[in-house]
Design a protein around this ligand. Structure first.
Ligand code: GDP
Ligand code: ZN
Length: 326
């Protein structure tokens, strides 16, 4: 079966990069199960594992392929057994998180995601600090964030919440939707394009599966019925991790995606406003507490900066410096 890899996001840049590996074939990683990968090449799907050399040279977990990676393999189809992955092509973006129990090793969640839908429900899950965290993840990973506010049918003060959101996400697109009355799904669809890879983050229960199912046009992912204020449940269904959408576009939905936590920080982008104000402080190492000439304290006094935003900036800063997750 011939596969048009353009549907999977293959573009000129990747093709050119792949052309330097003569004798090898290009494929994209669609699933990862420990050491075994599922990949798709020009002649269909294959199982694959990494070459001894790649494994030997890998210094960190991030040196191994992950879902979304473009890889160079020794065959183009599965006729003669499992493929061997020899190289990983340059990643346009890389979503990672702190590997459990280790100090600094980062676990790769997905590669080459173009758009990160940051999902939050407009009722119980609504939390500006959470948005700030997810935005930081997006900037760090080099993906483009879009904030998706779900369950608008359960929200009363919508405008008020939108104002709050835009105060912490300057320059970021915000989409409001509800699966109850189909509201907003057209706007979501405008981000879905042929060859574009999108991924979803957000607490469990906010409606990610519901949106993905809507994009797929069928109930491929089981949506769980949970109580509205219980968002501690775990996502247990197993399913394809890289999915082609019927109208073009690709969704990556790995188990790790669902548990994505912050692990490193590009605070300056998420907190551009705070950083900008702080750049005016008299002292470079100003702690914004009691120093003279502190523009941050001044901004708080005259109301241009909220105490809560400064506090979340500090909190995130502390967490990052101690590698603490919450
Ligand atoms: P996920 O854990 O983020 O994938 O969330 P699901 O898509 O499984 O949705 C969790 C629950 O919220 C399910 O019971 C959905 O039916 C419900 N839900 C999803 N979207 C909406 C919405 O827009 N409005 C309302 N009222 N409920 C929704
Ligand atoms: Zn200051």
């Amino acid at each position: 079966m011939k596969v048009d890899l353009k549907n999977y996001g293959l573009n000129e840049q990747i093709k050119i990069e792949s052309s330097i590996y003569s004798g090898l074939f290009i494929a994209r990683v669609t699933e990862q199960h420990r050491d075994l990968y599922k990949i798709v090449g020009e002649n269909g799907e294959m199982n694959a594992s990494v070459s001894g050399k790649l494994a030997y040279q890998a210094a960190r977990q991030a040196d191994f392929p992950s879902v979304g990676d473009w890889v160079m393999v020794d065959r183009s189809g599965s006729d003669f057994g499992n493929a061997i992955i020899h190289h990983i092509l340059n990643r346009k973006s890389l979503l990672t998180r702190q590997a459990a129990g280790t100090a600094n090793d980062q676990q790769v969640i997905a590669a080459n995601v173009d758009i990160l839908f940051i999902c939050m429900s407009l009722n119980a899950d609504f939390n500006l600090r959470r948005v700030e965290r997810y935005l930081t993840i997006a900037w760090d990973s080099m993906t483009t964030p879009v904030i998706v506010l779900t369950k608008s049918d359960l929200c009363e003060a919508l405008q008020c919440k939108l104002d709050e959101i835009s105060s912490v996400s300057p320059g970021v697109d915000v989409v409001v939707c509800s699966s109850k009355d189909e509201y907003g799904f057209e706007s979501i669809n405008t981000y879905v394009k042929e060859g574009r890879t999108i991924a979803f983050v957000g607490s469990s229960g906010v409606g990610k599966s519901t949106i993905i199912n809507r994009l797929l046009g069928q109930d491929v992912l089981k949506t769980r019925n949970i109580r509205e204020h219980d968002d501690r449940g775990r996502h247990t269904t197993t399913h394809r991790q890289l999915i082609l959408l019927p109208n073009g576009g690709i969704v990556i939905d790995t188990p790790g995606m669902r548990e994505l936590q912050i692990c490193s920080g590009n605070l300056s982008r998420t907190f551009e406003d705070v950083a900008e104000i702080a750049s005016g402080c008299k002292y470079n190492d100003c702690s914004h507490t009691t120093e003279p000439g502190c523009m941050v304290r001044m901004a708080i006094q005259d109301g241009t900066l909220s105490e809560a935003r400064l506090e979340s900036y500090r909190k995130l800063q502390r967490e990052m410096s101690y590698d603490v997750l919450s």
